[in-house]
Design a protein around this ligand. Structure first.
Ligand code: CP
Length: 300
């Protein structure tokens, strides 16, 4: 049994295999081909935070693969009334075939996985967002070919998304230039996973120059709403503008995991502009996770 708590839970070959399969599944879906290898299988989905893309892509993905997804909110389950994670894991994983969890602390995922009889998937924790990275890597590959030895610029908060980009750079061998203000840089132990592939810059333009992909995320993630004003001040100068995209060059794609705050971390003209592939990126959550569900539930 395998879990998918971080990208490092897969080998490099397995990540490449998942990305190839995701594009195959996208093509099959677009051609209207019915492919239902997960008939009779159930995915439990625990959401301790809000979601649009993650919920819809897992729920639609399970339906398309012939299975079923259960939405489990802590508000409506005993998790929200203090039942230990370890007890919930042992009970729920005897009834379903995999569990997707969106939570705050990454330790909750690890505790659940440590007591689960079924694969556990990280649907976002404060540490990382590996499912989003599968979709992002798929999207880059579909538009520009293999990402190995290319350059990615991360602009803004050294958050969970940035952490997953660092892991991906170390695993897949591409350069990651991060521009983040002091106090908002990635965690040192995660930074070390990228090795000499990752550099941190003070200046967004220095990081973006010559990049094949420029990407960012909101300045205040879920749970950080009270820090909004301080973060707006700290992140001034870390907005992806048209001028920053010009500095990257015409070849550069723009990605954002969404939801986006136009006028904060990205200008509307960039989000809606010709270099933006954010809608393909969002759609690929569906296809990448269908590949992941096949891999975890069926072993291919
Ligand atoms: N990118 C992402 O995870 O979107 P949701 O928060 O809508 O799931």
């Amino acid at each position: 049994m395998r879990h998918f708590l971080t990208l490092r839970d897969c080998s490099v070959d397995e990540i490449h295999q998942l990305l190839r399969r995701a594009t195959e599944l996208r093509d099959m879906h677009r051609a209207g081909h019915l492919h239902q290898p997960l008939q009779g299988r159930v995915l439990g989905m625990v959401f301790e935070k809000s979601s649009t893309r993650t919920r819809v892509s897992f729920e639609a993905g399970m339906a398309q693969l012939g299975g079923h997804a259960l939405f489990l909110s802590p508000r409506d389950t005993q998790l929200g009334r203090g039942e230990p994670v370890e007890d919930t894991a042992r009970v729920v994983s005897r009834m379903v075939d995999a569990v997707m969890i969106r939570t705050f602390g990454h330790d909750m995922l690890e505790r659940f996985a440590g007591h689960s009889a079924a694969p556990v998937i990280n649907g976002l924790s404060d540490l990382c967002h590996p499912c989003q990275l599968l979709a992002d890597l798929q999207t880059f590959t579909e538009h520009r070919g293999p990402i190995t030895d290319r350059r990615v610029a991360w602009i803004g908060d050294g958050n969970n998304m940035c952490h997953s980009w660092i892991e991906a750079a170390g695993l897949l061998g591409f350069d990651l230039h991060i521009a983040a203000p002091p106090g908002y840089r990635p965690e040192a132990d995660i930074l070390a996973l990228g090795g000499d592939r990752v550099q941190v810059f003070d200046d967004a333009y220095a990081a973006a120059e010559g990049a094949d992909l420029v990407t960012t995320d909101v300045w205040a993630s879920m749970g950080q709403e009270s820090e909004q004003a301080a973060r707006e001040e700290a992140f001034r100068g870390f907005c992806v503008t048209e001028s920053l995209m010009e500095c990257a060059g015409e070849q550069a794609l723009f990605m954002h995991c969404l939801p986006a705050h136009r006028g904060e971390e990205v200008e509307a003209a960039v989000l809606e502009g010709p270099q933006s592939v954010v809608w393909d990126e969002a759609e690929n959550r569906l296809h990448a996770q269908k590949a992941l569900l096949e891999f975890l539930m069926l072993g291919y």
